[in-house]
Design a protein around this ligand. Structure first.
Ligand code: ATP
Length: 471
């Protein structure tokens, strides 16, 4: 399982620069770094966790607080083994795998085919994907040794097993780690109906962990083995799915624009190959550094999930219409996005290299609501106690208001600006001798506020700072 740091990142200049910035500035580290890393697992550092939490907060606001008919939950990670039987994961949750006969490297065949321009996906039958792979074998090289000597393709199940409660080590009925977080929502459907008495249509939202034995975790946070998913399941009356589905699709598109993603980097992709129960399925794709790929899935799942759980659990999961008394299984419209992919899309969108004052710089143009630090405060010189004291005063005042404020007195001012630009801090405040009113009494208690994107500096009264930054 050990791997060299970031060794699955595809050769791509921008991606490498983003990965390097993430490490340099404390956004994301390879999991278990000091032991050489663990493939497909990443740790968020002090800057990363702030950005991640801001993204979660925004997502939760849009999907719970801003709605009148939405309920948040947080279900346990471990679930009854029957859950994954009912959902079809134990039998059908697989990706097509082939192994290099020379060096044993495993490839995910649908993705390799797609890479060379051949349409394929993980839902194809084993026979179909083998036929397609055989047709194109000569165009696909092993990513490690470069040879073209692969085994035939077999379906590889992605569920990760645990030994929870298995004290005899029999492993007969494993408790799996969740392959997708949304199962927790189906399991709590009845609890929500019984306790909150919601009227259809209504939604349940959750951010939860999921684990997949990905054959080749790659592209940094894009394909990991441990991930967090932000899911909504919207429950509607049977056959009242179409209009709501279109509305939900639009809402999710608009949400990405609201967090500052550029529209030209988004596009829709409808699934050609639907699973048997689905009525419709779309992906919002983002133009990642390696090209457009799935960011979020939006699926019209009919009554499949609740029907399956009703069948396997024996518990009546039908909804009773309060007006007519009619009982039926609601249909489900699902949205699901991996937080890591969202994080990567936001970083890729914000990443810019430009020139300021004749110097090249890297800057993250994050919106102030998402940036890890809302603002940074610096004394012009760190060896002048009056400047430092005043800077601490301003820092404490802003910290009370915003929380995530940096005190930065490392290196000279130019270096501090470069560092804060790379972190994406929208404004830097400098406390200088004018703040103390030593030479120009009219400037007493004013500071310099420098804008990240334009580099312009303004003189602002300390008393006006909060209003200025909130503007
Ligand atoms: P893919 O085809 O890329 O493997 P998927 O269609 O299997 O993805 P879903 O099962 O629909 O993905 O999961 C919903 C969302 O969870 C995806 O849109 C993606 O944002 C995220 N996701 C899925 N697998 C991973 C992973 N291995 N690493 C990070 N995020 C993931």
């Amino acid at each position: 399982m050990r791997t060299i740091k970031f060794n699955m990142i595809e050769k791509n200049d921008t991606m490498e620069k983003i990965v390097s910035l993430c490490k340099r500035r404390g956004f994301v580290f390879q999991g278990s770094d000091i032991y050489g890393g663990l493939a497909g697992v990443f740790d968020y550092g002090p800057m990363g966790v702030e950005l991640l939490n801001n993204l979660k907060r925004f997502w939760w606001k849009a999907n719970v607080y801003d709605k009148t008919n939405s309920y948040g939950i947080d279900s346990g990670i471990f679930k009854h083994p029957m859950v994954w039987e009912a959902s079809g994961h134990t039998t059908g949750f697989s990706d097509p795998l082939a192994e290099c006969r020379e060096c044993n490297t495993r490839i995910r065949v649908d993705k390799e085919l797609e890479r060379i321009g051949v349409a394929a996906d993980e839902k194809m039958s084993e026979a179909d994907i083998n036929a397609l792979f055989d047709e194109h074998r000569n165009d696909i090289s092993c990513p490690k040794c470069g040879k073209k000597n692969f085994t035939s393709v077999r379906a590889f199940n992605l569920l990760v097993k645990s030994n929870l409660g298995d004290f005899a080590s029999e492993g007969t009925e494993p408790v799996y780690l969740p392959g997708e977080a949304c199962q927790g929502i189906y399991l709590n459907f009845k609890n929500i109906v019984d306790t909150m008495s919601p009227k259809l249509p209504f939604g349940i939202a959750q951010i939860g962990k999921a684990f997949r034995n990905e054959i080749s975790p790659r592209n940094f946070l894009f394909r990991t083995r441990e991930m967090e998913q932000a899911d909504t399941q919207f429950f509607v009356k049977p056959n009242e799915n179409k209009e709501a589905f279109e509305r939900i699709k639009q809402e999710r598109w608009d949400w990405y624009l609201s967090i500052g993603i550029r529209e030209e980097n988004l596009r829709w992709k409808q699934h050609d190959n639907l699973v048997f129960y689905a009525a419709d399925a779309w992906d919002i794709e983002y133009q990642f550094p390696g090209g457009f790929d799935e960011l979020e899935g939006i699926h019209d799942r009919t009554d499949y999930d609740l029907t399956q759980h009703m069948k396997f659990s024996g518990v009546d999961l039908r909804y009773t219409d309060p007006e007519t008394g009619e009982k039926y299984i609601p249909w489900i419209l699902e949205t699901s996005v991996g937080l890591g992919r969202m994080f990567l899309a936001v970083l890729a969108d914000a990443y810019h290299e430009d020139e300021m004052g004749g110097e090249k710089r890297t800057v993250l143009r994050l919106s102030p609501e998402l940036a890890p630090y809302r603002v940074a405060v610096s004394p012009l010189l760190k060896n002048k106690p009056q400047l430092v004291e005043k800077a601490h005063e301003v820092f404490s005042m802003l910290k009370k208001e915003f929380g995530n404020v940096a005190f930065d007195d490392n290196g000279n001012i130019g270096k501090r600006y470069r560092r804060q630009d790379e972190i994406g801090t929208p404004h830097c405040i400098v406390i200088d001798f004018d703040t103390l009113g030593e030479e120009s009494p009219e400037l007493k208690d004013t500071v310099t506020v420098r804008d990240r994107d334009t580099g312009t500096q303004e003189r602002v009264a300390i008393a006006e700072l909060v209003a200025y930054l909130n503007h």
